[in-house]
Design a protein. Structure first.
Length: 198
């Protein structure tokens, strides 16, 4: 067992995680994004997406892994004969695209649903300066786990098509992801993403 002193690598102030599963949090003093891993603490590049709404409608910033990559479907077998669904699948994955995995604490099924929705919508984020005095919700999903979750995102998208998916085989080619913070508003026990500037 290795004991890790949770101090910001930039300003040496104590870090105070709110979630025991945290992998990225922001220093409350200097606002540096800090990754916690097996080897220790590292600073991490965190990009903030410009919001298209007024600041008073934003309650927090949520972490999201953004990959640039391609999904190569090698086999897609169905029980139905919906040619439109097959064409839609080929069109969606027929070229490189942005792939998204939510990194905040949420059920896996909901994360895959949201990731699949974003893969189909392809939102683009415009970088903005780091907002002051806004809470950043800690990331609990590592880059490695995000890549694994991408497989479930793809399955989720394809299973939702109306052609009775029976078997799906594919590979994912993806670059090292970027960590983005996206604006959100509290909605009950969860979050509602706010529009971003394109």
């Amino acid at each position: 067992m290795k004991l890790l002193a949770l101090r910001c690598p930039t300003c040496a102030q104590p870090l105070k995680p709110q979630n025991p599963e945290v992998v990225v949090l922001r220093c409350g003093n200097c606002e540096t994004a800090v990754a916690i891993n097996d080897t220790g603490l590292d600073t991490v590049a965190l990009q903030f997406a410009a919001s298209a709404v007024e600041p008073d409608t934003i309650d927090a910033w949520l972490p999201l892994w953004l990959f640039n990559g391609r999904v190569n479907i090698t086999s897609r077998q169905t029980q139905g004969r919906n040619k439109q669904a097959q064409q839609d699948s080929e069109q969606l994955w027929g070229y490189p695209r942005r792939l998204y995995v939510p990194a905040w604490d949420m059920p896996t099924e909901a994360a895959c649903q949201l990731g699949g929705d974003m893969v189909q919508r392809q939102p683009q984020f415009q970088r903005t300066t780091q907002p002051q005095n806004f809470p950043f919700i800690e990331a609990v999903t590592t880059q490695e786990d995000a890549l694994k979750l991408l497989e479930f995102v793809v399955f989720n998208v394809e299973a939702a098509r109306k052609d009775w998916l029976k078997n799906l085989q594919f590979t994912i080619e993806a670059t090292t992801p970027q960590l983005w913070a996206i604006p959100a508003q509290q909605a009950g026990s969860g979050w509602r993403l706010q529009p971003v500037t394109k």
